[in-house]
Design a binder for this molecule. Structure first.
Ligand code: KIV
Length: 280
């Protein structure tokens, strides 16, 4: 049965309700699996650059790559809201460029919304994109696209002053019209405070249990990314192990001719085979 597609108001109405489950996906099969599991929001994150494309960070991800992967994800989703990250450089040069690129993500990729990293200084850009009719999820705290300026992939907002800045960032994103906001790698008490201070849902990743929802990178969750696992990740499965075992077994069976068997082969009529043998 066709599932009813979630909308922006559905997500906003979950403030202080049942926590929102958000998860990344970057292609059709994973998007299908995530949607079938009843996850509310599928994020085509620019973590794509690291976990799928093998880059050391998210900086080199392009608009074309995000759109290409968004199209595949959208084809696999019936119910979940699909949000696509605006990649580094696609929204920080000028407001018209930001609107143009956000429009491409909805028009070509068919995502439902975009996600943008940044706080107070990004508010005018976010407000302009929202005015253009494009829903925006904010992202503050550890913002991976600018991790170098933040001193690396580090917990943010640990001092009172830095925490106050993040509260201001969250309020600026709410005022700019974001429908929800990701809080990444910040102390749990600060995330709780921000969650109480704003009227839009907060989605935590490394932000403790008291947000309005949680998000993880799917490759971290299932054990498919081995370069680096942040403290905030819970690995719910280690599917790298059965995958490695299956691949090793395939090699053994190819080399020993145990695969393919008759069950995996096609036959032809014996008279046709005889004719062929007479031809050669
Ligand atoms: O790119 C991404 O996957 C993200 C999540 C970690 C929130 O931004």
């Amino acid at each position: 049965m066709q599932q009813k597609k979630l909308t922006i108001p559905d997500i906003k109405n979950r403030k202080n309700g049942t926590p929102i489950a958000e998860l990344t996906a970057y292609d059709y099969p994973w998007a299908k699996a995530v949607d079938a599991a009843g996850i509310d929001v599928v994020l085509v994150g620019d973590s794509l650059g690291m976990v799928v494309l093998g880059h050391p960070d998210t900086v080199s991800v392009t608009m074309d790559e995000m759109i290409h992967h968004t199209k595949a994800v959208v084809r696999g989703v019936e119910r979940a809201l699909v949000i696509t990250d605006m990649p580094f450089g696609s929204y920080n040069s000028s407001i018209p460029a930001a609107i143009n690129n956000a429009t491409r993500i909805l028009k070509e990729g068919r995502a439902d919304a975009v996600k943008i990293e940044g706080g107070v200084s990004m508010a005018p850009t976010v407000a302009a994109i929202v005015r253009a009719g494009i829903p925006v999820q904010g992202h503050i705290g550890l913002t991976p696209q600018t991790a170098t300026s933040l001193g690396g992939f580090k917990v943010q907002g640990k001092s009172a002053q830095a925490a106050k800045q993040l509260l201001d960032d969250a309020k600026a994103m709410e005022d700019a019209g974001c429908f929800s906001i990701v809080l990444e790698a910040i102390p749990a008490p600060l995330a709780e405070r921000i969650t109480q201070a704003i009227s839009i849902p907060t989605i935590g990743i490394g932000a403790g249990p008291n947000c309005d929802g949680q998000v993880l990178v799917i490759h971290d969750l299932v054990g498919l990314y081995d370069r680096f696992t942040p403290k905030f990740v819970k690995q719910f499965a280690a599917i790298n192990e059965p995958i490695a075992a299956a691949l090793a077994q395939y090699k053994v069976e190819v080399e020993s001719r145990a695969f393919p068997t008759e069950a995996h082969s096609f036959t032809m009529k014996s008279e046709e085979l005889d004719k062929l043998l007479r031809l050669y």
